[in-house]
Design a protein around this ligand. Structure first.
Ligand code: ATP
Length: 521
């Protein structure tokens, strides 16, 4: 089985992630988290909230931070006044022209298809090196491009498009527009298609999911499911300043659902239509934003490493100046080497005062910050600049799952073990009586009850002890506690480490302190 298939199969088999509404055939781009997945995802969100907001010490300067700062939380509504999305540029800007292939049933972005065609033909490309850009490894270059090869390389295609437009007279746009002409479309193959001419005309595909609110169905009842949580923070900037009296620099963090009508949901939960984000908008003085941008890039990268992600699979990819949005002065992606390719987990951007400026213009409300430390009266009111670390909960969960998946051997037995960091592991301790007699179940249950008050714990007395260990290895449970004959007489138990399989003997009354210590280190 391919590595990704193994993770998907374990996720299904052990109740981490199920296709949404599966008994009805599922819904593309929507996923349900089962009992283990719900805990894993909740632990990831809680780790983020605790590390970024709750346990943040605003009275001290953290190492490598330019100064001390405050962090506060927010929980804004999914439904917002549609004017928010006009001001933010999402209405009108948040869609791509798409083309459907009647033969392969695939849907493609028009510009990607044009580039794909050019690459397939080869002859139209100005200069060398474009073909290499398309493929992940030189080994792939000899293969016929197909949808699987093309689609994961969206970023490379973006780069090719930029390079084409920068390096030559070549303009994609006219060709893209030409796709509206039947004659031109008649010559183009979709990736993987056997005959040309089965493409539909390009259509605009709204990426925001629309809904209706209220009893009346007219234009005024249109609302959108938010495509990001960030705008909820910007529109509450003034409320937060007025009610908490936070001073610059400070950050507002929020975790919540976001929705995008993704053209082509794929790679398990990686690209979904309903997903969750963990976003921070960090407000600072305009002149300080570069330093804060650097600080947040380092800090967010370190967060994944502290939760056990393999450093060789985590990358910070700085965008080139050509890739930046017109208002941004810096942008980097934290990427993870997934089995399906290197892909974005989180984006960190220096967005200047663009968002607050847009909302100030559109709402007519003065969103400027009043800086009482500024001696020059004229300069006291200004729009802060913003650094935005924007992470996906589902993508982080998927990266942790892929990273944790290990097949190894214990003795002569093969096992699958999920080496999840103990902080995010769904179940922290499992308690087993060695056998179902001689007072062992009663003692094990008493220990289970005392542990459950502190940690998510599991009691299991069914089957051979080896099988019970294997089941917990697959669930990622870091500690298995076994009650045996000696436990009855001397009140000690064995604690088995999930990763090393080593066992140590501890007095039962020391268990809570021992596990607590392991979970926080
Ligand atoms: P991509 O280029 O992969 O579409 P993006 O650059 O559009 O992502 P942002 O708008 O920066 O993504 O969103 C911030 C974060 O939200 C992403 O880094 C990702 O973790 C998460 N995210 C965005 N879209 C999706 C999605 N369709 N499914 C799951 N997570 C998503």
């Amino acid at each position: 089985m391919a590595p990704m298939d193994k993770v998907v199969s374990l996720a299904k088999r052990r109740g981490f992630i199920f296709p949404s509404s599966e008994i009805y055939g599922g819904l593309n781009g929507a996923w349900d988290y089962g009992p283990l997945g719900a805990e894993l995802k909740r632990n990831i969100k809680e780790a983020w909230w605790k590390d970024m907001i709750l346990s943040h010490d605003e009275t001290a300067t953290m190492s490598s931070a330019p100064s001390s700062f405050a962090m506060v939380g927010l929980d804004s509504a999914i439904l917002m006044n549609p004017k928010v999305w006009e001001a933010s540029g999402h209405v009108g800007g948040f869609h791509d022209p798409m083309v459907d292939c009647r033969e392969t049933k695939g849907r493609y972005r028009a510009d990607q298809l044009v580039i794909f065609q050019l690459i397939a033909e080869g002859s139209h490309l100005p200069g060398a090196g474009f073909k290499d850009l398309l493929f992940a490894s030189p080994g792939e270059a000899g293969k016929t491009p197909n949808a699987e090869l093309l689609m994961p390389h969206k970023k490379r295609i973006k780069a090719i498009r930029k390079k084409l437009e920068m390096d030559s007279e070549f303009q994609i746009k006219p060709i893209e527009n030409a796709l509206t002409k039947d004659a031109l479309r008649a010559k183009i193959f979709a990736p993987g298609a056997s005959k040309p001419g089965t493409l539909t005309a390009p259509r605009s595909f709204e990426l925001m999911l629309k809904t209706k609110v209220g009893a009346l169905e007219d234009k005024s009842s249109v609302a959108y499911l938010r495509p990001e949580t960030a705008q909820g923070i910007f529109v509450n900037f003034k409320n937060v300043c007025d009610t908490t009296r936070v001073k610059l620099p400070f950050g507002i963090g929020q975790i919540g659902k976001a929705f995008r009508n993704e053209i082509n949901p794929r790679n398990f939960t990686f690209r979904s239509r309903e997903f969750e984000q963990m976003e921070i908008e960090f407000f600072c003085k305009p002149g300080d934003s570069d330093q804060w941008y650097k600080y947040w890039c380092d800090r967010r990268l370190q967060w994944y490493l502290d939760l056990g992600i393999d450093p060789s699979k985590l990358h910070l990819r700085e965008h080139s100046s050509r890739e930046l949005a017109h208002y941004a002065t810096g942008c980097a992606d934290i990427e993870y080497s997934f089995p399906f390719g290197i892909s974005e987990l989180e984006g960190i951007a220096n967005r200047t005062d663009f968002d607050l400026g847009q909302h100030m213009k559109a709402s007519g409300k003065d969103l400027r910050y009043f800086d009482d430390t500024e001696t020059d009266k004229e300069k006291r009111r200004y729009l802060p600049h913003v650094v935005e670390p924007s992470a996906g909960v589902d993508r982080a969960t998927l990266a942790f799952l892929c990273d944790a998946y290990v097949e190894d051997e214990v003795g002569s037995e093969q096992r699958i073990v999920m080496k999840l960091h103990p902080r995010i592991a769904p179940i922290k301790t499992a308690v087993f009586p060695l056998v179902k007699k001689d007072g062992m179940p009663e003692k094990a249950m008493a220990i289970y009850r005392s542990l459950s008050k502190n940690f998510n714990s599991f009691y299991d007395e069914k089957g051979a002890i080896g099988r019970r260990y294997r089941r917990q290895d697959e669930a990622g449970t870091p500690f298995c506690i076994t009650v045996d004959g000696d436990s009855i007489s001397d009140n000690t138990v064995t604690v088995r480490d999930r990763d090393t399989c080593e066992q140590l003997r501890l007095p039962a009354e020391e268990l809570v302190a021992y596990i607590d210590n392991q979970l926080t280190h």
